[in-house]
Design a protein. Structure first.
Length: 140
């Protein structure tokens, strides 16, 4: 399932060329990931209380269209699980007119904060903790 949040580009996020600073695309993606976890019933406090935290191990951003102050965008987020300790985080930033502004792909995991190691079954661990596990993707 793909989750999304809406964001309006703010003036202080612009670079000297008048478009969204490249680092802010990553902040939008981070915001959408945390909102997805929160909507699933996994706010940061609950994850910490369970001794785990999400980590991002790799990220690739394809900047496709510039964003300017006042632009309204939709930032999507989907967790795609496979076998193993990591999963893919697929995100897009789409302008109001449907134009894809950025495609963001990441590799993530769930870190056991005591052992400082990735948990073996991130989908299962998140699903067991979540109030709405269906929001987290294919958590079988």
């Amino acid at each position: 399932m793909t989750y999304f949040v809406d964001v309006t580009v703010r003036g202080y996020e612009l670079d000297t060329q008048g478009h969204l600073n490249q680092a802010v695309y990553l902040q939008y993606a981070e915001h959408a990931r945390w909102e997805l976890l929160r909507a699933a019933g996994l706010p940061q406090e609950k994850l910490l209380a369970d001794g785990v935290g999400p980590v991002q191990l790799e990220v690739t951003v394809k900047y496709l269209r510039e964003l300017r102050g006042g632009d309204r965008v939709r930032v999507s987020c989907e967790f795609v699980y496979g076998a193993g300790k990591t999963f893919e985080i697929v995100q897009q930033i789409v302008k109001e007119d449907g134009t894809l502004a950025a495609d963001i792909r990441a590799v993530g995991g769930i870190l056991d904060l005591a052992a400082r190691r990735l948990v073996a079954d991130p989908a299962g661990r998140l699903a067991a903790l979540a109030e709405k596990p269906d929001l987290l993707g294919n958590t079988v």
